[in-house]
Each structure stands twice: as structure tokens, then as C-alpha cells.
Design a protein around this ligand. Structure first.
Ligand code: ASP
Length: 323
């Protein structure tokens, strides 16, 4: 019996290795846990295009929105660990969400095989075009004076825009109505239509509309200005020096994905981030391309652990989490 079991294990092990060597044999699904057109979707489509070329198989984007991105990540995390389902997570789904969902069905640090960081995405405070403020100081004064009628857009509890929005409101000392969307792509559409007042979101979503003048931007929450939007002041320059926050997008696979498959996916990501056209597209949108050391699965694992540890006390202090 024991011999049979051993022989079977050897056979299965061999089959697993062979499958990993031949990987991928068919298209790979990348789950984006938000609506199409938003920042997670944009970063996913840009890197997936070049990764598909390296892998010799198409990466197909599947948008599975809901619950601030946790619905799509839960589903993708529970799919077969064979490399054919991967996901684009971010600072919300793999950093802030555990603090906000006591019954979250996954542990960002334990239940995934990290593939690598795709892009850093600074946060920008934006408002509808008709918002009656011309700079951050006027914005701060206006939202404080008109708190009761303010609507802030976000992509669901635990998303980046929700998390950084909660932080912004807590620093402003206001509690506006929070309007949830299935991603900040649709939220941005409503901002452009003047039906919500303001939002804080990832630069790769809002940069084109800021440049086009269809929305207002008050400040970027990083120590330095972004080369993609050189005229936009930092929060420090504009009058809210303590509002410092940045997000990121990264690729994960289900936990038990074989190491050779993880290595192939990471290699394809690294090659995408070295590709001139891919870099250009990310940089034009204000994305920050991770350096070599920041692209490894190990670096992503460390980042996730650090982010989970970072956000829990911040969200508690901001009053977003029951004490
Ligand atoms: N950036 C959004 C968020 O987490 C989600 C999206 O990609 O639409 O707030």
C-alpha cells in the first residue's frame, strides 16, 4: 500500500513538474477585482499585454467587482492553483481589507503565491469640475463648511479609494456621505458628470482627465510632484502636509501554484516592466515602475505583510474600524 502511494505521489509530482514546464498551454485568466476602465484594470491590461507575448499565450482580463475588490480576490484565490487563474490585487485587497472585513475569507499574507509588484500608484485628491474651490486650501475650507451636503466617491469598503478617503476625511475632521461604486472607473465617470463631489484615487486613473481639464485636482499625496503631472502641487506644498499616502498594484496567484509557474509569471512581469512601450504607457499615467529588487515575489510578500500591519492602526485611529 505504502509503495503504491509512493509511486502515485512520484507520478503526480512528475506530472506536476511536466505541467509546469509546458506552462502555459492555453489562455491565462487575470481577475481584476473592479470594474473595467479603472486603475487596477488599466495597470492589468498594460502589463498583461506584454506578459502574453513572453508567455506565448493570451492573458484574458476578467472583471469580477464587488465588496471593495474582496469578492474577485476571494474567488480567484480559491481557483485551481495551476497558473491559469491569477489576479491583480492592490493596497486595498492585500493591505487594508483585513482591518475592515472581520470575516474576510482570505489572509493576504498567507493565502496567495505573490508574483510581483506591477506599479506604484500615488494618490491624488480630485473633485468635480464645478467644485467651488481653486486650490487645496479652498477645498479644505469648503468641505468643512459644507460637510452635510458633500458626496465622496469610492470603490467599496476596503478599496484604495475608500481607505485613503477615510484617512483624508479623518484628517479634515469631516464625515461626508460615502458613495460606493464597483471601481473608480465608474466613480470617475460620475465625477466628470458632476454628480459626486470629490474622491481620492490612484494617479493612473485620474491623470488623463486632470490633463484634459474634465475634473479638478488639488494635490498629490507624495513627497515629490509626479513627472506625469508636473503642475500639480504636493499635499505638503498645498497645505495638508500630513496627508501622505501611496498605493500599488501587484499580481498574485493562488497559494499552491507550483514554483516553476510562479517563476515563469514573474519572469514575464519583469520583462514587461523592462519593455520600453510598457514603461512609457505606465509612466505617462503617473505609474511608478518598481526597480529590480522590488519586482520579486519575496519583495511583494514583505510589502503585503508591511501593509497589513500599517493599515490596521491607521484605520482604527481614523474611526473606520470598531475598537
Ligand atoms: N482604484 C480603485 C480603488 O481601489 C479600484 C479600481 O481599480 O477601480 O479604489
Amino acid at each position: 500500500m505504502k509503495k503504491v502511494a509512493l509511486a502515485l505521489a512520484a507520478l503526480l509530482g512528475f506530472a506536476g513538474t511536466a505541467a509546469a514546464q509546458d506552462y502555459p498551454q492555453r489562455p491565462v485568466t487575470m481577475v481584476v477585482p473592479f470594474a473595467a476602465g479603472g486603475p487596477t484594470d488599466v495597470v492589468a491590461r498594460i502589463v498583461a499585454e506584454h506578459m502574453s507575448r513572453t508567455l506565448g499565450q493570451q492573458i484574458v482580463i476578467e472583471n469580477v467587482a464587488g465588496a471593495g475588490g474582496t469578492t474577485g480576490i476571494t474567488r480567484a484565490g480559491q481557483s485551481a492553483p495551476d497558473g491559469y487563474t491569477i489576479m491583480m490585487g492592490h493596497m486595498g485587497t492585500h493591505g487594508a481589507a483585513p482591518a475592515l472585513y472581520p470575516n474576510l475569507k482570505y489572509d493576504p499574507a498567507k493565502d496567495f503565491a505573490p508574483i510581483g509588484l506591477a506599479a506604484g500608484t500615488p494618490i491624488i485628491i480630485v473633485a468635480k469640475k464645478d467644485f467651488p474651490a481653486k486650490d487645496l486650501k479652498e477645498f479644505m475650507a469648503y468641505v468643512k463648511a459644507n460637510e452635510a451636503k458633500m458626496n465622496m466617491a469610492h470603490a467599496g469598503v476596503g478599496s484604495v479609494s475608500h481607505t485613503v478617503g477615510v484617512l483624508l476625511n479623518s484628517q479634515l475632521g469631516i464625515k461626508p456621505a460615502m458613495v460606493a461604486y464597483r471601481g473608480t472607473g465608474p466613480a470617475l465617470n460620475d465625477l466628470m458628470a458632476n454628480t459626486v463631489d470629490y474622491m481620492a484615487d490612484q494617479i493612473v486613473n485620474v491623470a488623463p482627465q486632470i490633463s484634459a481639464g474634465t475634473i479638478k485636482a488639488f494635490a498629490i499625496a507624495t513627497p515629490e510632484r509626479s513627472p506625469a503631472l508636473p503642475d500639480l502641487p504636493t499635499t505638503k506644498e498645498a497645505g495638508m502636509p500630513d496627508y501622505q499616502v501611496s498605493a500599488w498594484n501587484a499580481i498574485f496567484a493562488p497559494k499552491a501554484t507550483p514554483a516553476p509557474i510562479v517563476a515563469k509569471l514573474n519572469d514575464a512581469l519583469v520583462k514587461a516592466l523592462d519593455d520600453d512601450n510598457t514603461r512609457k504607457r505606465l509612466l505617462e499615467l503617473g505609474g511608478v515602475i518598481p526597480d529590480k529588487a522590488g519586482r520579486t515575489p519575496e519583495a511583494l510578500q514583505k510589502l503585503v505583510e508591511a501593509e497589513v500591519a500599517r493599515w490596521t492602526p491607521i484605520l482604527k485611529a481614523a474611526g473606520a474600524v470598531a475598537q
